[in-house]
Design a protein around this ligand. Sequence first.
Ligand SMILES: *Cc1c(COP(=O)(O)O)cnc(C)c1O
Ligand code: SF4
Length: 346
Amino acid sequence: MITRLNVHRQSADWQRALAQAVTDPEELFQRLALDPALLPAALKASEQFRVRVPLGYLGRMTPGDPNDPLLLQVLPLAEECLEIPGFQCDPVGDLESMPIPGLLHKYHGRVLLVTSGACAIHCRYCFRRHFPYRDASAIREAWPQILMYLRTHEEVREIILSGGDPLTLSDDKLAAMVSDLAGIPHLRTLRLHSRLPVVLPERIDDTLLGWLTGTRLRPIMVIHANHARELDGTTRAAMERLELAGVRLFNQTVLLRGINDDADALAMLNHALFDSGVQPYYLHMLDPVQGAAHFAVTEEHALTLMKQLSRQLPGYLIPRLVREVPGHDSKTQIAHSPHAVEGFSL
Ligand SMILES: *Cc1c(COP(=O)(O)O)cnc(C)c1O
Ligand code: SF4
């Protein structure tokens, strides 16, 4: 969380933009000229998971269009309050693979740190909408333990800063973290997973590039874009700055019903990513999180989309279709031969 003090002290453009994000459902409805009949449901659903939309991102939406693919990612709906069997609060088993608060070690060679519970945008489909960040992002108190864990696990090559969104933290904090991590000789790669290059491109400023590229660790960033319309001149400029500074860029998309679940939308997204210097990486099946069932796409439809994509796009623009299955030692690729995934069906 950014305190008022912090904003005054540093008052970087991105911190002002973050502080100005829309958090009141009523304001969201007014700014986008939405049907007031939907407001009571939005207010109710936002009690479970608050609204948060940066103004720049809101500016890429079409006012008056209730089906705008950007709006649908942030608009609280009555459907969120339904309890659907199979949709859970901790769908990816995070709480079981956390040896230290804030540290997830599920896969060989890479460790994920939950660095912050805060995000610049609240995505309604988020698999961490129920995550107990208050316990899990205790990274400040657990930091010495985390460093000790990493020092004693010499097989770990890559450190992943995730969240919430790591780029909601101040540059001072991030720089200090990265400097400690760079002191662990077997670590090679510093990966950030962040939606800020897309939803708050102001964040990619010189101060950020300073600590991100001023380390011996090889920096890579996975941005999270779901739709071509999320990318405009401001985001393209942010990606260019990252690319010029030597940061390798990848994208991860969540496959979302009504937002990007058709081949043309996905093809346009992957072309737009390429135009921004970003390599498509994963197309994620939705995690079955409670409150997000209305975004779910069936595996059958996902496979059809992949087939259509492979006809439309060069191989290097096709992301891998994956799902996260609790207990598996990597993301699970969904291949063309249809198969059931344990514990989950649609
Ligand atoms: C997804 C994830 C990773 C990264 O997996 P890649 O296949 O390397 O992108 C690492 N750790 C955890 C806990 C994850 O959930
Ligand atoms: S963690 Fe990512 S998907 Fe979830 S709300 Fe934050 S930015 Fe959105």
